[in-house]
Write a protein that binds this ligand. Structure first.
Ligand code: AKB
Length: 318
């Protein structure tokens, strides 16, 4: 069967690159991008686009029927930092959008669903190093609570209604094509832009704050891999732990200094420090590696080289 894919929230950090990648693999017309606002030029010009409000069931259903969609990726969400500013809105968006697509799948209107969870499902009482797949989960952010609740609902819809929903718990994702927005891990992208444009960066996290991170291409690889895996290999229907690298602001700055020796970093922690302190430092993703052969490729050195090289080109710098 030909894949006909709908990405909801296609204009965000992961949504944009996922759309471009899926279009490369499946053909541009097989991948419908959608969001409440238009995305960047590359996304808008590379294939079909529809306006969809992820909280509006009818607008999703209409587009699914129009294009005979069989796979949906729901990438719309309010992330951890913005969620703390607008808790009610974050809950409304993150939960209503998930129920919409779970119910559409339950009705048999699509065959497969991808829903991103996050390491934000963990909280201060979770073991911080090599955080296991199954462990204490007491998230303290609205975003984390919505992701943890979402995981329970995904598993429920799989068990009760046979909905083929697949999910991974993303760590922080680092990319140069698209910017993240509203997350606690965003510093690890901002730092590259400011290193090149200003030669300095003030980190909103303390220098020793270690967090799990991943380069975008690894995140895309994992997303596509779990969606392509045979259904019987997906043993976890809540969400899989996923990991690649872990580092601190001090360590990423040291890596940048290898290429930009005059780069200076300073630290001015804000409310995001408390969020970061509640999350794991490193994650055990052995279940994903075993069940559907997940493997990461990019370490911090390679990630930094790619980020600086591509942002130099993007900003027309020597
Ligand atoms: C955030 O920082 O909120 C996100 C995430 C870890 O899910 N990048």
């Amino acid at each position: 069967m030909n894949k006909s894919i709908l990405i909801i929230g296609a204009c965000g950090q992961i949504g944009t690159e996922l759309t471009l990648k899926l279009r490369e693999i499946n053909g541009a017309n097989q991948v419908i991008a959608s969001d409440i606002k238009e995305g960047n030029k590359e996304l808008m010009q590379s294939g079909p686009f529809e306006f969809i409000n992820a909280m509006d069931y009818n607008s999703i259903e209409k587009i699914i029927e129009k294009y005979a969609i069989n796979e949906v990726y729901l990438m719309a969400a309010m992330l951890s930092a913005t969620g703390e500013k607008y808790p009610a809105k974050a809950w409304e968006l993150n939960m209503n959008s998930l129920f919409n697509v779970l119910n559409i799948a339950k009705e048999g209107k699509i065959k497969k669903l991808f829903w991103p969870s996050s390491m934000a499902v963990f909280g201060p009482s979770t073991p911080k190093e090599n955080t296991p797949q199954e462990t204490i989960m007491e998230p303290t952010t609205v975003y984390g609570i919505s992701k943890q609740t979402g995981e329970r609902w995904c598993e429920y819809y799989f068990n009760k209604y046979g909905v083929d929903v697949r999910s991974i718990r993303y760590p922080g994702v680092i990319s140069w094509r698209t910017n993240p927005g509203g997350g606690t891990t965003d510093y690890a992208v901002e730092i590259y832009h400011e290193a090149l444009l200003k030669g300095e960066y003030t980190s909103f996290l303390k220098k020793e704050t270690k967090l799990p991170m991943m380069y975008m291409d690894d995140a895309l690889e994992a997303t596509i891999k779990i969606m392509d895996a045979a259904p019987e290999t997906i043993k976890i229907r809540s969400s899989y732990n996923l990991a690649a690298i872990s580092f601190t602001p001090e360590e990423i700055a040291a890596e940048i200094k290898k290429e930009i020796p005059e780069f200076k970093i300073s630290y001015n922690p804000d409310f995001r420090q408390t969020i970061a302190d509640s999350w794991p430092k490193s994650i055990d993703d052995s279940r994903a590696r075993k069940d559907w052969n997940w493997n990461h490729t990019f370490d911090l050195k390679k990630t930094s080289e790619i980020m600086l090289e591509n942002l130099r080109l993007k900003y027309n710098l020597p």
